[in-house]
Design a protein around this ligand. Structure first.
Ligand SMILES: NC(=O)C1=CN([C@@H]2O[C@H](COP(=O)(O)OP(=O)(O)OC[C@H]3O[C@@H](n4cnc5c(N)ncnc54)[C@H](O)[C@@H]3O)[C@@H](O)[C@H]2O)C=CC1
Ligand SMILES: N[C@@H](CC=O)C(=O)O
Ligand code: NA
Length: 938
C-alpha cells in the first residue's frame, strides 16, 4: 500500500474527501482531522458521558491524561519514499500572517501577490484570519471553565468564516468549503462539549481545536488562487511537519521525518502552488501540536528549509525591520539588509523582528528571509541573510539597529570575598535558576569584586530572597558586603555584526549617551561584539535610544535650528530654508531641521522639525505664548540632534544678551542683529535698551562683547554674524581672511548703509526726501525703526563691528556720528509718527542736495575705521561725481579695505547691502558655514 498507513478506526465517509474537495483514491485515503489525530468518533460526537466513560470516572477529569488523544501510528513505509519533492531555487516560500488574512478582500490580495510571483513553485504558509486564534483559545478556555457561552463563541467563529467564504468564493468551491466548515464546526461543538463536561482540556486537545483557524484560512486561500485557474492545493501541515517538545513552550523540528512526510505528500499532490497551514504540526506520534509563539513564521522557515527555497518572504503590515522602534524614534529607518545574527540579536532585545527560533531553519541553508509589507508592495522590505560581504563598513554603519527592554531590575552582588573564589558565579546563578528567573545580561568587572545582572523586574524579589538565603553566611561573615536590587531599569542594545573589531563604535555610543546626560549603570559586550548592552534608568531609556540612534543614523551635519524673530529677514530665511533644504540634504548631506520659531509674543515648537511649507500657518494656529528661556531649552534639551543653532533675526538687545549663555551651553549662534557686537565691551552693571532707539528698559548685568568673543575663541561652539555688515556681502569674512593671513588693516572706509545708500542714490530732485525714505522702508532696507538708519546709529554699529574685528577696542560712544534725524523729530514716540512728520523737513533736504549738485558733487553717508589712529567716524560727505562712491545704485554698499597688502589700491567689495533676500541669504550662508565647520562636505 502506498501512502499513510493509519491504524485508527476508519473515518466517517464524509471525511474521506480531500479538503480541496476532490475524492481520494481509497488506497491513498487519508483520514479526517479528528480521526487522524486519534480522537474516537464516540469521543467527539457522543458527548460527555461517552467521553467520561471512555476515559474512566469523571472524578478524575483534572488528571492530565484524561483528554490526551490516543496516539495513532502513522507509519511511512520507507520503500514508498520517492523523489516527488522537487527542491531548490524554483521554490519561493511566502508566509502571510493573520493581519494579511484579516478579511476576504485581504485574502484576495494575498492570492494576487502569490499569483504575481513568477517562481516556478510556490509554497504559501498562512496564519488563521486575524483574531481567530484568540477566538479559538477563548472557546477552549470558556469550555473548560464550564462557561456555556462557548457555544455562542463557536457560532461567531462559524459565522466569521462563512461570511468570509461567501464574499470570496462562489459555485462549487464555496459549497465545498462551507460543507467542510460545517462538518468541522459540528466536530468542534462535540469536542467542546466534552471539554465543558470534563472541565479540562489537555494541551493537544486545545492545539487541535485552535489549529482549525489555519485549516480554514489555508483552504479559503487555495480556493481563491484556484479561482484564477492556477493549479493549487492545500496542505494540512500536521500531516507533514513533525516536531518534538524541547523545554518550556518550545518544539524542535524533526527534519528527517518531516522531509519524508513532505516527499510523501508531494507524491500525491504535485501542484505548483501549495497553500499550507502555519502554526500547526504534529508529534512523531501524530498528536496535534503547535509551533508555539510566532509559529507561522517558524512553519515558513522550516518548510523553506525542507524545500531549500531560494527565499522565504514573511508578509506583514510594516515596510520592514526598523533601525529602532518607530513609536519611540520617529527618525527610525527601514533596514535594507540584516544578517541572521543581527536579526537574532534584535529579536532577543525586544524588537518585533522574527523570533530567534524562526531564523535557525533557514540560516543553516543560507536561505534569505525577506520581511515585506503586504499593504505597500512597492516597499522592498528588509532582507535577512548571510552578512553581505560588500556592505559599507564605515564606523557609523557598524551599528545596524537599536533595541530596548524595559521593566528590568539590576541585581548587584558585591563583596571582597568574591575575588578569586571559584564557584561564586555558579552559586549566584544557580540560585537564580532555582527560582526560574531569566537572566537578561551579566556584567562582572575583572576585579571580581562584584557581579551584576539584569532580570525581569517581576522576578527580582524571588531572586533577591534566594540570593540572601544562599549567601546568608557569606553576608554575615562580611565576605559579601551587599546584595543590592536596583529597580526601574531598562536595557539599550546597539546591534551590528560589523561592530566586531571596529574601534571607536562604543566611544560614539557612550559619547551620545553622555551628551544626552544619561547615566549608564552597567555595560556588557560579549566577545562576539554583535551587541553592546547598556543598562540605564527606565525613565532615561527613550531619550537614550533617541540620542544613540540619531548619533548613528542621522547625518553628522544634522542641525537643529531655532529661529528667533520671524519678521522680514527671519521669514525670508525660513522660506529660503524651505526651498533649499532638500537640495542640501541630497547634495551636501546637511540636514537642517527648524525645531522652533519664536516671535516676541508667540512661539512654535517641534521635536523633529517644523514643516516649512506651512511654517507661517502653523505659527498662527499651533503656537504657544513665547518664552525665550523655554525656547532655548527646547533646543538644547533635544538629544536627538547633536548640533543646535539659534538664529537671532531680531534687532533686540535683550535677545543678544543671551548669546553668551547659549554658546556656553553648546548652542551655536548666528545673527544679522548688530546689538551684541556693537554693545558695551565689558561686563558692567549697565542699562539695556530696546531694539530701536536704545530706550532704557532696565539695569542688568549683561555679558559683554569681550567676554562673548573670548568664549567664542575658547570653545568649539560657533558664533557667526556675517550679515551684520553689508548684509549678504562678504565683509566680515573678507576682513577675517585678511587678518588671519597676517595682513594689517590700515583703514576701512565705505558706504555701510543700504538704506542711506538707496536714499542718496535715488534722491535726485524728482522725489521728495521723505518719499525716498518711505521707499527704502518699503523695500525692506531699513531697520525695524528707520530712525536707526537716519540717525547714523546703524552705520556706527557697523563701524564698531569692523573696528573690533580689526582689533580696536572702541565703544559706540567713541564714534562721532552725524545724525540725519532732524532734532525736532528725535523725540517722536514711534517710527510711524517719525515717518508722518518727516515731510516737513523735505525743503531742507532739497536745499542740501541742490547745493551739492551745483558744486558737481553728490551726498554720501560714509563710515570710516581708521585703524592707524584707532578711531572711527560716521558722517555725511560730499563726493565728486566721478568718485567711486558716487557711482552706486540702489541699496549698494561699497567697502574699501586699505591694508599693508592692499595699499596702493584698496580691496573693494561692492553690491546690494540691504534687503530681505540678500540679508537672509547671508544668514543662510553662515548656517552652511557652520555645517561645514561641523564636517559637511565642501
Ligand atoms: N533689513 C535688512 O536689510 C537687514 C537687516 N539686518 C538685521 O536683521 C534683523 C531683522 O531685521 P528685520 O527682519 O528687517 O526686522 P523685522 O522687524 O521685520 O523683524 C524682527 C522680528 O523680530 C521679532 N522680535 C522682536 N523682538 C523679539 C524678541 N525679543 N523675541 C522674539 N522675537 C522678537 C519681531 O516681532 C519681528 O518679527 C535686524 O537686527 C536688522 O538689523 C541686517 C542686515 C540687513
Ligand atoms: N538697515 C540696514 C540694513 C543692513 O544692515 C541698512 O540699511 O544697511
Ligand atoms: Na556681510
Amino acid at each position: 500500500m502506498r501512502g499513510l498507513a493509519v491504524t485508527s478506526p476508519l473515518p466517517p465517509a464524509s471525511a474521506a474527501r480531500r479538503r480541496n474537495g476532490t475524492s481520494i483514491p481509497s488506497s491513498r485515503k487519508s483520514v479526517s482531522q479528528c480521526w487522524k489525530y486519534g480522537f474516537s468518533q464516540d469521543q467527539l460526537l457522543g458527548g460527555s458521558l461517552r467521553i467520561g466513560q471512555s476515559h474512566g470516572s469523571l472524578q478524575g477529569h483534572r488528571s492530565a491524561n484524561l483528554f490526551r488523544p490516543a496516539a495513532v501510528a502513522i507509519s511511512v513505509e520507507q520503500d514508498e519514499v520517492n523523489t516527488y519533492l522537487p527542491k531548490g531555487d524554483m521554490w519561493s516560500v511566502h508566509k502571510f500572517g493573520g493581519t494579511c488574512m484579516g478579511t476576504p478582500q485581504r485574502i484576495q490580495s494575498v492570492a494576487d501577490i502569490v499569483l504575481g510571483d513568477s517562481s516556478e513553485r510556490k509554497l504559501i504558509i498562512v496564519s488563521a484570519m486575524s483574531k481567530v486564534t484568540d477566538m479559538m483559545y477563548n472557546l477552549v478556555h470558556k469550555a473548560q471553565s464550564r462557561d456555556d457561552l462557548y457555544t455562542i463563541a463557536l457560532e461567531e467563529v462559524y459565522e466569521k468564516h462563512m461570511a468570509a467564504a461567501k464574499d470570496l468564493l462562489d459555485g462549487e468551491d464555496l459549497a465545498r468549503f462551507l460543507a467542510q466548515l460545517h462538518s468541522d464546526v459540528s466536530n468542534l461543538r462535540a469536542m467542546l462539549r466534552a471539554i465543558f463536561i470534563a472541565g479540562h482540556a489537555t494541551e493537544s486537545f486545545s492545539d487541535f481545536v485552535v489549529g482549525h483557524g489555519e485549516l480554514w484560512s489555508a483552504q479559503m486561500l487555495s480556493y481563491a488562487i484556484k479561482k484564477s485557474g492556477a493549479p493549487c492545493s492545500w496542505m494540512d501541515t500536521r500531516e507533514v511537519l513533525v516536531v518534538k517538545p524541547s523545554g518550556s513552550n518550545q518544539v524542535d523540528p524533526d527534519y528527517v521525518e518531516s522531509e519524508k512526510r513532505l516527499q510523501k505528500w508531494f507524491s500525491r499532490q504535485p501542484d505548483e502552488i501549495i497553500v499550507a497551514t502555519g502554526f500547526i504540526a504534529s508529534t512523531a506520534e501524530n498528536i496535534p501540536t503547535t509551533l508555539k509563539r510566532d509559529g507561522s513564521d517558524f512553519s515558513a522557515a522550516i518548510i523553506g528549509s525542507l524545500v531549500r527555497a531560494r527565499q522565504v518572504t514573511i508578509w506583514t503590515d510594516v515596510d520592514g525591520v526598523f533601525s529602532a522602534d518607530p513609536r519611540k524614534v520617529c527618525e527610525a529607518v527601514i533596514l535594507s539588509t540584516l544578517s541572521y545574527q543581527e536579526a537574532w540579536e534584535m529579536s532577543y532585545f525586544g524588537a518585533n523582528v522574527l523570533h530567534p527560533r524562526t531564523i535557525i531553519p533557514v540560516m543553516k541553508d543560507n536561505i534569505p528571509i525577506v520581511i515585506r509589507n503586504m499593504f505597500n508592495i512597492s516597499a522592498p522590505g528588509t532582507m535577512i541573510c548571510k552578512q553581505p560581504a560588500n556592505e559599507n563598513a564605515d564606523l557609523d554603519a557598524c551599528v545596524k539597529a537599536f533595541a530596548t527592554i524595559d521593566n528590568l531590575a539590576l541585581v548587584n552582588v558585591e563583596g571582597t570575598g568574591m575575588a578569586g573564589v571559584p564557584g561564586t558565579s555558579s552559586a549566584i546563578f544557580s540560585a537564580v535558576k532555582d527560582v526560574g528567573a531569566n537572566v537578561i545580561m551579566i556584567s562582572q568587572a575583572s576585579s571580581e569584586h562584584s557581579v551584576c545582572f539584569a532580570v525581569p523586574e517581576k522576578e527580582v524579589a524571588a531572586v533577591s530572597s534566594a540570593l540572601h538565603l544562599k549567601f546568608r553566611e557569606a553576608l554575615a561573615a562580611g565576605r559579601l558586603s551587599k546584595i543590592e536590587v536596583i529597580n526601574g531599569c531598562s536595557i539599550l542594545a546597539a546591534v551590528g555584526l560589523r561592530m566586531a573589531s571596529t574601534p571607536g563604535v562604543s566611544a560614539i555610543l557612550f559619547d551620545a549617551l553622555a551628551k544626552a546626560n544619561i547615566n549608564v549603570r552597567a555595560i556588557a559586550q560579549g566577545c562576539s561584539e554583535y551587541n553592546i548592552t547598556v543598562v540605564l534608568k527606565q525613565e532615561d531609556c527613550v531619550r537614550a535610544l533617541r540620542a544613540a540612534h540619531s548619533r548613528f543614523f542621522l547625518s553628522k551635519t544634522t542641525l537643529a535650528v531655532g529661529i528667533i524673530g520671524p519678521g522680514l529677514i527671519g521669514g525670508t530665511l525660513l522660506n529660503q530654508l524651505r526651498d533649499q533644504a532638500a537640495v542640501l540634504k541630497e547634495n551636501l548631506n546637511v540636514d537642517l531641521r527648524v525645531m522652533g520659531i519664536t516671535g516676541s509674543s508667540i512661539m512654535l515648537l517641534s521635536d523633529t522639525g517644523i514643516d516649512l511649507t506651512q511654517w507661517n500657518e502653523l505659527l498662527q494656529k499651533e503656537a504657544e505664548p513665547a518664552d525665550l528661556a523655554t525656547f532655548a531649552r527646547h533646543l538644547s534639551d533635544n538629544h536627538l540632534f547633536p548640533n543646535k543653532v539659534l538664529v537671532d533675526c531680531t534687532a533686540d538687545t535683550n535677545v543678544a544678551s543671551h548669546y553668551y549663555d547659549w554658546l556656553k551651553k553648546g548652542i551655536h549662534v548666528i545673527t544679522p542683529n548688530k546689538k551684541a557686537n556693537s554693545g558695551p565691551l565689558d561686563r558692567v552693571l549697565a542699562p539695556f535698551s530696546s531694539s530701536h532707539n536704545d530706550t532704557l528698559l532696565s539695569c542688568v548685568f549683561v555679558k559683554k562683547y569681550l567676554k562673548l568673543r573670548t568664549l567664542q575663541r575658547a570653545s568649539y561652539t560657533h558664533y557667526f554674524y556675517e550679515a551684520t555688515v553689508g548684509a549678504g556681502l562678504p565683509i566680515i569674512s573678507t576682513l577675517r581672511g585678511l587678518l588671519e593671513t597676517g595682513d594689517k588693516i590700515l583703514r576701512i572706509e565705505g558706504i555701510f548703509s543700504g538704506t542711506l545708500s538707496y536714499i542718496f542714490n535715488s534722491f535726485e530732485g524728482t522725489r521728495t526726501f521723505s518719499d525716498v525714505v518711505a521707499e527704502a522702508k518699503e523695500a525692506g532696507y531699513t531697520e525695524p525703526d528707520p530712525r536707526d538708519d537716519l540717525s547714523g546709529t546703524d552705520v556706527a554699529r557697523k563701524v564698531i563691528i569692523l573696528a573690533r574685528e580689526s582689533g580696536l577696542k572702541l565703544e559706540l560712544s567713541d564714534i562721532p556720528v552725524k545724525s540725519l534725524v532732524p532734532e525736532a523729530l528725535a523725540t517722536c514716540s514711534s517710527a510711524d509718527e517719525f515717518m508722518q512728520r518727516l515731510p516737513s523737513f523735505d525743503q531742507d533736504w532739497a536745499k542740501q542736495r541742490s547745493d551739492a549738485e551745483a558744486a558737481g558733487e553728490v551726498l554720501r553717508y560714509v563710515g570710516v575705521v581708521d585703524a592707524v589712529n584707532k578711531k572711527g567716524q560716521v558722517e555725511l560727505r560730499r563726493y565728486k561725481r566721478d568718485h567711486p562712491f558716487a557711482q552706486l545704485s540702489g541699496s549698494d554698499n561699497i567697502i574699501a579695505f586699505t591694508t599693508s597688502r592692499y595699499k596702493e589700491q584698496p580691496l573693494i567689495v561692492r553690491g546690494p547691502g540691504a534687503g530681505a533676500e540678500v540679508t537672509a541669504g547671508g544668514v543662510f550662508c553662515d548656517i552652511l558655514r557652520l555645517a561645514s565647520y561641523l564636517g559637511a562636505p565642501s
